[in-house]
Ligand binder design. Structure first.
Ligand SMILES: Nc1ncnc2c1ncn2[C@@H]1O[C@H](COP(=O)(O)OP(=O)(O)O)[C@@H](O)[C@H]1O
Ligand SMILES: [Mg+2]
Length: 272
């Protein structure tokens, strides 16, 4: 057996990556996240391709949300949480002191499991971020609100009730509003942590359709415990188990012909 130095080895279990794959938009390099002494993400190396949809799957507690939240530094506020290795976005480590977290979170937006609109009007929810960025002109705000709601496939349903409280919307509409709120500050990357797990099947389909529409314009990284969803919406899939990246590669290949036995056991429902 040829002894290849670790830095030159291909990432574990990487399969089916074609040569026309776009460049990585975010890249983890031997990246770990610790909660105190618990290493929740363990020396993970992988790249999320620009403009593509990447899914992170794996059983509950395997570190999916921890890895996702690290990308826009949402773990910063958790006492005892620290990282090792690198998480590179735009050629800079997101944990570098040079990085302004507010700017980072504008460029890398996040959508959570439970829709969390502010108890404000639909308009004010979407205008919230742009206003924080200093946009004051009424006409400009109205334009951003309309564009963002259109992109989030919600405009038609709410255009006549922009002054209504967002909490009066259905769960699925609220989640699309939260996506519009993120889009309003013109991000490059969308992080989604189980964005449909609180929604009914119809609302779930609408979000999945929306992800397909946004694909290409944004780099989308979605955590899901629903393997059918990962198979439906993503180009590439990362399978995490107990903090380790077991396998990462082309979604179709991961689901039809995984190269690691553990992945096969998981996707065929033998555990997790
Ligand atoms: N805020 C936290 N403080 C301490 N430990 C945490 C925290 N969040 C998650 N963990 C631990 O990190 C591990 C990974 O959790 P998580 O990333 O939430 O997994 P997943 O999203 O895959 O279900 C688990 O062992 C969990 O208990
Ligand atoms: Mg989670």
């Amino acid at each position: 057996m040829i002894d290849v130095p670790p830095s030159e080895r291909a990432p574990a279990g990487r399969v089916g990556v074609s040569s026309d794959r776009p460049a990585d938009h975010v890249r983890a390099e031997s990246f770990s996240v610790f909660y105190g002494g618990n290493e929740a993400v363990r020396r993970v190396s992988l790249g999320f391709a620009t403009g593509r949809v990447s899914a992170i799957i794996g059983p509950s507690g395997c570190g999916k949300s921890t890895l996702l939240r690290a990308i826009n530094r949402m773990n910063d506020l958790i006492p005892g949480c620290r990282t090792e290795g690198r998480l590179v976005f735009d050629e800079v480590d997101v944990n570098s002191p040079k990085v302004d977290v507010v700017t980072l979170r504008r460029r890398i937006g996040m959508v959570f499991q439970k829709p969390n609109p502010f108890p404000k009007s639909i308009f004010d929810n979407v205008a919230y971020g742009p206003r924080l960025l200093g946009i004051r002109r009424r006409a400009r705000l109205a334009e951003i609100v309309e564009t963002s709601l259109c992109r989030a496939a919600l405009w038609g349903e709410v255009k006549d009730r922009l002054r209504d409280n967002a909490l009066g919307l259905s769960g699925g509409q609220q989640q699309r509003l939260c996506i519009a709120r993120v889009l309003a500050v013109d991000p490059e990357i969308l992080l989604m942590d189980e964005p449909t797990s609180a929604l009914d099947p119809r609302a779930t389909t609408r979000i999945e359709d929306l992800i397909a529409e946004l694909r290409g314009d944004y780099t989308i990284i979605i955590v899901t415990h629903n393997m059918q969803q990962a198979a439906r919406v993503s180009d590439e899939t990362a399978f995490l188990y107990e903090g380790n990246l077991v396998e990462f590669g082309d979604t179709r290949q991961i689901f039809t012909n995984p190269s690691v036995k553990q992945t096969e056991d998981y996707i065929t429902g033998r555990f997790g």
